[in-house]
Design a protein around this ligand. Structure first.
Ligand code: ASP
Length: 507
């Protein structure tokens, strides 16, 4: 029997998770939520309440809790469950921010959600595992494969400046749209409970100037010890890994000779293996999606879908503005090419990018289209495109920024201007570090979330709709590289051929 395509499997997992979770949430008993200010919190007769307290699996020392109205006395039964006298359903008790929350009802949905999350978490853990080695190998091999340093002079400078500027434009588009649409506000998810009492220290930045914060972010990009950055279990030092990998790649070329060749081969072999490993882990995505879908739909109900819908709209609108408006304008003004014509010439590569969701996979086709159908020289394309597939990902950058803001908002953190600036910078660096393979942006989300101290479980929320967004952002990534190629070629003195061989056969 033919194996189902991965994205079909993910879709099935999503539908299955929602199909089981939603009816459970809706029909398996109403839930009531009682929220009290902290000062009026119950008298806890034994032991403090911890943020992680889950009523179903709570700590035995919390024997008796009196609610302030005196009406409810909660007691422990059978070692694990909590019940309120006179009622039958179990309770969840937590401190959420400044309030004490008692949640009752919905035993089955909450149990299913609990185990669903466990499965999802396993998948997420595998993703976290691969982040550091994947980035190191991908960046070093991406840079060394260009093989020449003269490219890093004027041509390199122009290319890199163009890449950074367009990625930043994409991020700004994402952030502006996010602030207009506020997708997370449409979600009345009580997800904040998961993050309860976890202070978002990285985001508590009031009182310091933007300049200082950005400076600190830049300063911290230089790892004091690259080996420590690589082995940091929380993946918060990945920006340092990216910086070190970029320098390592450049200096492998500088040294060249026998040592250069050996290291180039080593990292390219490492990248092959890491890529296979990532793709293997991604194959488990249906399980992760199923788990997180159960968690979200059984635990939170319909609100999840409303929120995700607005999130998809926000990201898709941002991607559309960037690839249909911003890039064509740059292509026309700086590259002196007709955007419509150029897109037609590039269409085989763009369609491939869409269906494979991999800029790396599309690279050979991108190069062929750019050289054979648009008449750009190999000197420019062989430098600009591989570098672009490695470090220039406008779509991914936009997505990282919008997704982090969305996750923050859904979890109850409204980010200030300064905090959004930090997200923007981190998203830019994350997009540079993301490998050009399917779902690499999702892997990098872990990095961006931890860089701003948001809980990484947030990735679970957006996993279900990741594939279609991945396909679209890959097109935007590849289109960004192509546009850069046309612009840099023109700046290098190449003029677009008079008669364009739009129909030229691909090799
Ligand atoms: N799939 C994207 C690419 O290959 C990367 C990402 O996941 O954002 O360009």
């Amino acid at each position: 029997m033919r194996r189902l395509k991965l994205h079909h499997q993910i879709l099935i997992a999503m539908v299955l998770g929602a199909g089981v979770g939603l009816p459970l949430n809706i029909f398996a008993g109403p839930r009531t939520l009682l929220s009290l200010p902290r000062e009026e919190a119950p008298t806890i007769q034994a032991g403090p309440l911890s943020a992680e307290l889950d009523a179903l699996f709570s700590r035995p020392e919390l024997a008796h809790i009196r609610l302030p109205d005196g009406a409810h006395v909660i007691e422990e039964r059978a070692g694990k469950r909590w019940r309120v006298e006179g009622r039958r359903e179990p309770y969840a008790l937590r401190y959420v921010g400044e309030s004490f929350v008692v949640q009752s009802g919905g035993y089955w949905p909450r149990t299913v959600a609990y185990y669903g999350k466990k499965v999802g978490d396993l998948f997420l853990r595998l993703l976290s595992m691969i982040v550091a080695p994947l980035i190191l190998c991908s960046l070093v091999s991406g840079i060394t494969s260009t093989g020449k340093l003269e490219g890093l002079g004027r041509l390199g400078g122009r290319t890199i400046v163009f890449y950074l500027c367009t990625s930043m434009m994409a991020i700004l588009t994402g952030i502006v749209l996010f602030n207009l649409i506020n997708p997370g506000r449409h979600a009345k998810l009580d997800l904040v409970e998961e993050a309860a009492e976890a202070p978002v220290t990285g985001l508590v930045v009031e009182g310091r100037g933007v300049g200082e914060i950005l400076w600190n972010q830049l300063f911290n990009m230089i790892p004091s010890n690259p080996f420590a950055a690589l082995s940091d279990p929380s993946n918060t030092s990945i920006l340092g890994v990216i910086f070190f990998a970029l320098m390592l790649g450049v200096f492998i070329i500088v040294v060249g000779g026998e040592s250069g060749t050996r290291l180039t081969r080593l990292f390219s072999a490492g990248f092959d293996v890491m890529m296979r490993m990532t793709l293997f882990i991604i194959r488990l995505a249906p399980l992760g999606v199923l788990g997180y879908m159960l968690y979200a739909s059984a635990g939170k109900g319909l609100d999840v879908f409303v929120a995700l819908g607005w999130y998809v709209v926000t990201v898709a609108a941002g991607l559309s503005i960037h690839c249909l408006l911003t890039m064509p304008v740059l292509l026309y003004l700086l590259g002196r090419r007709s955007p419509h014509e150029y897109a037609r010439q590039m269409s085989p590569a763009l369609l491939t990018a869409f269906s494979t969701a991999s800029s790396n996979g599309t690279l050979p086709l991108t190069m062929t289209c750019v050289e054979k159908r648009a008449g750009i020289s190999n000197r420019v394309s062989s430098f600009v495109l591989p570098l672009g597939a490695t470090i220039n990902m406008d779509g991914t950058a936009l997505y990282e920024a919008a997704a982090v803001l969305f996750i923050g908002q859904v979890m109850g953190y409204e980010l200030t201007f300064t905090q959004q600036a930090i997200v923007a910078l981190t998203a830019l660096i994350a997009s540079i570090g993301a490998a050009g393979i399917p779902h690499a942006g999702t892997v990098m989300m872990v990095v961006v979330l931890s860089a701003v101290n948001l809980p990484i479980e947030g990735v679970g929320l957006i996993l279900a709709v990741d594939r279609p967004l991945d396909m679209y952002r890959t097109v935007v990534n590849v289109w960004g590289d192509m546009t850069a190629c046309a612009v840099v070629a023109r700046l290098e003195g190449e003029s677009p051929p008079e008669t364009v061989e739009a129909s030229a056969e691909l090799d």
